[in-house]
Ligand binder design. Structure first.
Ligand SMILES: Nc1ncnc2c1ncn2[C@@H]1O[C@H](COP(=O)(O)OP(=O)(O)O)[C@@H](O)[C@H]1O
Ligand SMILES: O=P(O)(O)OC[C@H]1O[C@](O)(COP(=O)(O)O)[C@@H](O)[C@@H]1O
Ligand SMILES: [Mg+2]
Length: 362
């Protein structure tokens, strides 16, 4: 029997468990592979004693309907810059060679890593250093290059849309402006999808730095017409034309990404000062990462899981299945990590939003 190591890395999202189940089921159906899971991404391999569990069909039964990941995950354990303490000093060390040799010593023939852009940059590095690795695209942000959809995105859009829908009646009742801040890092996919789905008047995405004057004009004309409320959706990574993103550095050891959040409050203050309107802010935060995966993400998880296992069987390492123009097909991890996937300015989402009179802060 051959041995396959499975892990989830980066932020969790709905649908991860569906991929785990699909890989295990496909492997059992094939009959030549045993599947194991490293807990907390590669930490399960690097920790002593290691924390690796055998994944059987009994272990994964019914997990595809549950959010999160039964393997747990981390977004601060980069094996190429792993936090350590040497002689009382806090340092970062490259543990990738140790990681690869431990995986080989443990008898694993291949690895499947379910991750996003950050994780697959690590996967590509490990592949170049001799690891037999295949990726699977996940993240609520939908910002992985080469795929139209990542697992978790559609569920996050559903969650954000439902939340905004719930905010509208209260905004209407109080004649308020509501500003909803959604996740997505430097890509506006969640924002623009949920803004269109919920019928927002204003959507502010990182791809289009916003002009506060355009927003003020939109709100003024809307309230002048007698409409009693306004619905603004803003990405956590949005920024004004004169200014930057609102972010801070995490004080968690090994956490590499800037922590985004606070732009909605900044915008709300500007609106309050400029216009005589009542404004309320809701930051959706990790609610967008939770909940049961919707049917789309469950199906995508199943297809990606099966395809990833196929790639392993065929020895096609350094690849990742993607969803492109309605087809599931493999591309290289090198290609998937060659760019960061933002909304192209000519995308139909943007032109449709504009055509319906939605203000994009321009
Ligand atoms: N397999 C892994 N094991 C441990 N930590 C990882 C792994 N892959 C990535 N990381 C860490 O997590 C970060 C990626 O997190 P994040 O950007 O949130 O994830 P992603 O974009 O993959 O969803 C990397 O910068 C790195 O610090
Ligand atoms: O869970 P954390 O560490 O606070 O990270 C929050 C970030 O993770 C995300 O939810 C998902 O991003 P990743 O999929 O890249 O991990 C971002 O939208 C958000 O900025
Ligand atoms: Mg990411």
């Amino acid at each position: 029997m051959k041995k396959l190591l499975l892990l989830t890395s980066g932020g969790d999202c709905p649908g991860l468990n569906g991929v785990i189940r699909a890989v295990v089921k496909a492997a059992e159906h094939d009959g030549n592979w045993q599947v194991y899971g490293s807990r907390r991404a590669y930490c399960g391999v690097l920790e002593k004693p290691n924390d690796i569990i055998h994944l059987t069909s009994e272990v994964v039964a019914g997990i595809h309907v549950r959010g999160g990941t039964i393997l747990e995950t981390v977004n601060k354990g980069n094996p190429t810059a792993f936090p350590a303490e040497i002689a009382g000093e806090q340092v970062f060390i490259d543990r990738s060679d140790e990681l690869i040799s431990t995986i080989k010593q443990l008898g694993f023939d291949a690895v499947i890593n379910i991750g996003g852009d950050g994780s697959h940059r690590v996967s590509q590095h490990l592949f170049e250093h001799g690891l037999n690795i295949v990726g699977v695209p996940k993240t609520i942000d939908n910002d992985l290059y080469g795929t139209d959809y990542t697992i978790g995105f559609q569920t996050a859009v559903d969650t954000a849309t439902e939340a905004i829908d719930r905010l509208i009646p209260t905004a209407q009742s109080h004649n308020r402006v509501i500003v909803t801040e959604v996740m997505g890092r430097d890509a506006g996919w969640i924002c623009l999808h949920s803004a269109i789905a919920a019928g927002a008047e204003v959507a502010l995405i990182p791809e289009i730095p916003y002009d506060i004057e355009a927003i003020k004009a939109k709100l003024t004309s809307r309230f002048d017409k007698g409409h009693g409320f306004a619905n603004i959706v803003i990405s956590e990574g949005a920024k004004p034309i004169a200014g930057g993103i609102v972010s801070k550095q995490s004080n968690e050891r090994g956490y590499e990404n800037p922590v985004l959040g606070g732009i909605a409050e900044q915008l709300a203050s500007q609106i309050r000062v400029a216009l005589d309107l009542d404004v309320r802010v809701t930051v959706l935060g990790h609610i967008q990462r939770g909940g049961t995966p919707n049917a789309f993400d469950r199906v995508l998880a199943a297809e990606f899981g099966v395809q990833a296992f196929e790639l392993v069987k065929q020895g096609q390492f350094g690849f990742i299945p993607v969803s492109k123009d309605g087809e599931i097909k493999p591309i290289s991890l090198k290609e998937a990590t060659s760019e960061y996937r933002v909304i192209p300015l000519e995308h139909s989402l943007i032109t449709s939003a504009r055509a319906m009179g939605m203000c994009l802060g321009e």
